[in-house]
Ligand binder design. Structure first.
Ligand code: GLP
Length: 263
């Protein structure tokens, strides 16, 4: 894993947007895996700026979102579908038919999940998967104990996740208890992964998934098994890491690293 520590949220957002923009420039029909939550809002804002100012072209880009609450129709204000249109899709030239978000109000979730996996395969697989991290270490909605081989499916949400996400709803009872989420197995098949996290409340869980053991209790630790992961943190989220000096040295001397090992 490459660990990039930025001084604050704004820099974290700029750096992660730059990584996504570079991927789109490298491959104009990139397949992006996208995440929701507070964390990527700044990144999406930066991407919109790059689109407006530098003309970053989304016309051939295809996107697959990680997850969606079960029971929420796509136009629902608290749905992840709504979030994505509000924060990104409405502001760039992505085509409506190239955007996939799990359908929370599907009549047949099982069949839908199969279909979603098939669409990812048909698109040629995900080139770059963007991730945030939940307070309990989840990626997507892969709660503690999720199999590392899991595929897109319905997951029951943990108590802490329901509490964490209650801020977006009028009352805690309104937070759906189930979600459709890409599995860990689905996420690990992406060619590249970018995880972003900010704030002190993510510091413990970041130290656990980066420097702790690989365990299904912190599902983000499964990323240690992937060969191309970039983690962009602000200083607060990185504050419990032990090897900060090493990560910073690698970042500052990347030109030497690339020359020697080719990543
Ligand atoms: C939700 C989403 C995750 C996201 C997490 C963190 O649980 N399913 O994909 O990473 O929230 O959200 P935030 O960025 O708001 O802390």
């Amino acid at each position: 894993m490459e660990i990039i520590i930025e001084p604050d949220y704004e820099k974290m957002s700029k750096t992660s947007a730059r990584i996504i923009a570079a991927e789109i420039r490298r491959k104009h029909d990139s397949v992006l895996g996208l995440a929701t939550g507070d964390t990527p809002i700044g990144t999406y804002k930066e991407l919109v700026k790059v689109h407006e100012i530098e003309g970053l072209d989304f016309s051939k880009v295809r996107t697959f979102n990680l997850d969606e609450y079960v029971g929420l129709a796509p136009p629902h204000k608290n749905s992840y579908n709504y979030f994505m249109w509000d924060n990104l899709f409405n502001h760039v030239n992505v085509s409506l038919s190239s955007v996939y978000v799990p359908q929370g109000n599907t009549d047949d979730p099982e069949q839908f999940c199969h279909w979603y996996e098939e669409q990812i395969q048909k698109a040629g697989g995900i080139d770059l998967q963007v991730l945030g991290i939940g307070g309990d270490g989840h990626i997507g909605f892969n709660e503690p104990g999720s199999s590392f081989a899991s595929r897109t499916r319905v997951k029951a949400l943990e108590e802490q996740t329901v509490k964490d996400n209650a801020r977006f709803f009028e009352k805690e009872e309104d937070v759906p208890r189930f979600a459709i989420t890409m599995g860990i197995g689905t996420i690990l098949e992406a060619r590249k992964i970018l995880l972003i996290a900010n704030g002190e409340k993510k510091a413990d869980v970041c130290a656990q998934f980066i420097e702790g053991p690989v365990t299904s209790q912190i599902t983000a630790s499964s990323l240690q098994l992937h060969s191309y992961v970039t983690v962009v943190l602000d200083e607060a989220a990185a504050s419990k890491l032990k090897r900060t000096e090493y990560y910073n040295w690698v970042r500052d001397n990347k030109h030497l690293v690339e020359k020697r090992v080719g990543r």
